[in-house]
Design a protein around this ligand. Structure first.
Ligand code: PLP
Length: 350
């Protein structure tokens, strides 16, 4: 059967999501999920009818939250579908390419590969910022440049001045896609205000992280209307299930937004707790993080990862040597994880 698949697909290694990797235990800090399980009710009525392609109330609620216009907002099945829509709409397979800057989120490469679009890779600099001269030298055939800020898995923000330079550099040539999946944890770092000046800017957002709705599968793309209209040409006719729109609208209501804000404050405090506690341990370097996760460097990252895994604390190993990514859980999860790691390090020092 495999042989019947497209060659691109035969060669493809699927994205190893935290969920696919599995594990067993009672502390799950590997997928940047929220520890808050908020309750929603929906009446499951009207399911005999198709949903609106872009449910008006949902679009208006998110646009208002993001400080943009409704015609600058598109909703899709998670930010992941936004990535795919952008590539499908703007890149000619076998001709155009995307450019991305590792270490970063894995789905840009996988979506491009699936669609048969070439990938140009310009690693981040040593301090995980954009290597602008090398990007400029490689823009040939590039239609989309993906920039993740806060970056997953490193956690840092990309310099705003560099983003503006990149937008200028790519004007009339390529689209800069800012992946802001974690921006709700540091809203002051958003580039949404730059939409006023840059028709070649697209911004990815999601309800999966700060809104604690990873299982809902609801994301957004923000851009000026002409770009949004191109995406609307390639999106599926009914991309948003009726119950999804209903629950997302509740999450974006006044009380939903207040709750999300409170939960962000709580998680940011837990992140500070983890950061402070881990930093005190010998041989541990905690990188500054702006999302709901921290990238932590150990003397032997693989060993630490395995020790936690074997003891039911499921973290995410990272492509960066000796680094483990730890999602910020509730206070108890953070305390248990910190205590375990402290013990582990004391033991190997003894
Ligand atoms: C989680 C994540 C996404 C995907 O979000 P969904 O809305 O759940 O598809 C996109 N980009 C980054 C950087 C992420 O970490």
């Amino acid at each position: 059967m495999e042989k019947l698949a497209r060659k691109q697909v035969q060669a493809l290694t699927p994205y190893m999501s935290a969920r696919r990797i599995g594990g067993s235990g009672d502390i799950w800090l590997n997928a940047n999920e929220s520890p808050f399980d908020n309750e929603y009710k929906t009446d499951f009525a009207r399911l005999n009818r198709y949903s609106e392609c872009q449910p008006k109330a949902l679009i208006e609620a998110y646009a208002s939250y993001a400080g943009v216009e409704a015609n600058q907002t598109l909703t899709s099945r998670g930010a992941d579908e936004g990535i795919e829509l952008l590539i499908r709409a703007f890149c000619e397979p076998g001709e155009d390419s995307i450019l991305y800057c590792p270490p970063t989120y894995g789905m840009y490469a996988i979506s491009a590969e699936t669609i048969g679009v070439e990938r140009k890779v310009v690693p981040l600099t040593a301090d995980w910022q954009l290597d602008l001269p090398t990007i400029e030298a490689n823009l040939d055939t590039v239609k989309l440049v993906f920039v993740c800020s806060p970056n997953n898995p490193t956690g840092n923000l990309v310099n705003r001045d560099d983003i503006i330079t990149l937008l200028e550099m790519t004007k009339d040539k390529a689209i800069v896609v800012m992946d802001e999946a974690y921006i709700d944890f540091c809203p002051e770092a958003s580039t949404a205000d730059l939409l006023a000046d840059y028709p070649n800017l697209a911004i990815l957002r999601t309800l999966s992280k700060a809104f604690a709705l990873a299982g809902l599968r609801c994301g957004f793309t923000l851009a000026n209307a002409p770009l949004i209209n191109v995406l609307l040409k390639v999106i599926a006719p009914y991309p948003v299930p009726v119950p999804v729109a209903d629950i997302a609208i509740q999450a974006l209501s006044e009380s939903g937004l207040a709750r999300a804000k409170y939960q962000v404050l709580d998680l940011n405090a837990n992140r500070a707790y983890l950061q402070a506690g881990l930093s005190m341990l010998p041989g541990v370097l905690v990188h500054e993080g702006w999302g709901n996760y921290l990238l932590v460097e150990f003397t032997n990252g693989d060993e630490l990862f395995k020790a936690t895994w074997d003891n039911g604390i499921i973290l995410r190993n990272s492509p960066i040597e000796n680094c483990v990514r730890i999602s910020v859980g509730n206070r108890e999860e953070c305390e248990k994880t910190l205590a375990f790691i402290r013990n582990q390090i004391n033991q190997s020092a003894a």
